[in-house]
Ligand binder design. Sequence first.
Ligand code: KG4
Ligand code: ZN
Length: 339
Amino acid sequence: MKILGIETSCDDTGIAVYDEKKKIIINELRKQKIHSKYGGVVPELAAKNHVSNIEFLIKKISLNYKFDLNKIDAIAYTAGPGLLKSLIVGSTFGTSLSYFLDIPLIAINHMEGHLLSPLITKKIDFPFLCLLISGGHTQLVVAKKFGEYKIIGDTLDDAIGEAFDKVANFLGLKYPGGEKISRLAKFGIPKSYSLPIPMIKNKKDMNFSFSGLKTATKNLITSVRITKKVKSNICRSFQETVVKMLLIKCKRAINFTKINRICVSGGVSSNSFLRKSFKSFANETNTKIFFANKEYCTDNAAMIAYAGYLHFKKKKNFQKNLEIFFDPNWSIENSHKNF
Ligand code: KG4
Ligand code: ZN
């Protein structure tokens, strides 16, 4: 059984194939570099580029992998959450292709894709907690079983990736800046600056906030003379503060739910310092921590194809012929919607 995955929720275009026996056999991604000169994603440009990228990638898998599209059993595509115009491209393409090939079409929630991404390569039993940290989301989710998800913590303002990107911007680093911050932070001295850890006073609160930390970091940047060394130290301190807050919230979620298995996924989970800190936390607290392989952390179609495979087995989220479904604000809690 083979499932084709299509990802077009933001600016990266992904096409992948999940094979029941061999797992991920194709995972192709085209990044859109053009947005870096605007300091963030321009929705119209993202959608326009998805159109040409999808065509390019479909041709590529047919030519380079000699993959025959007639061998696909179903198509899974990202239907939300994400940028409206980007979602329209993927959903229209997926719907047309499923009609043409006369195979089922499955709408996948992008956040469910991230949540399930560690399971592509690891056996993880439900229930588990999932810390979803991406460019658009910061959520703590209880995954009771496949399809039953409850958000127990959410961000009150910026998403974590957004905070990384904005701080990077203050430091003159190009969008997307998360990875650039983590690379610079490696050269920084630990605990160089003391930044406020947001939202920790109320001991039961599992929500997140990044605007205060973002402003404090901005004020720090404007109050010092920026050299290469100072830049690295600021990146290091910002990263340390963010990770400290995430660990505090995860600890609360473990106490609250009594679940001691945590998956950490989404683009920010590829951060090496974060991964190392969570592993130490796991050792100290008898918690099991799971990450997706790095190529499945930032946006990719492999996680969509894999989620599609799980839905296909349960015959969930199958769509009616030629009904084009997408929802830019689709919550993970309703991701197993009946079509
Ligand atoms: O999951 P993702 O690819 O897209 C969304 O669904 O939003 O996440 C993208 C975000 C960006 O904000 C990017 O700066 C951040 O993930 N990111 C990182 C790292 N790699 C990507 N943040 C911190 N450290 C990294 N190594
Ligand atoms: Zn994502």
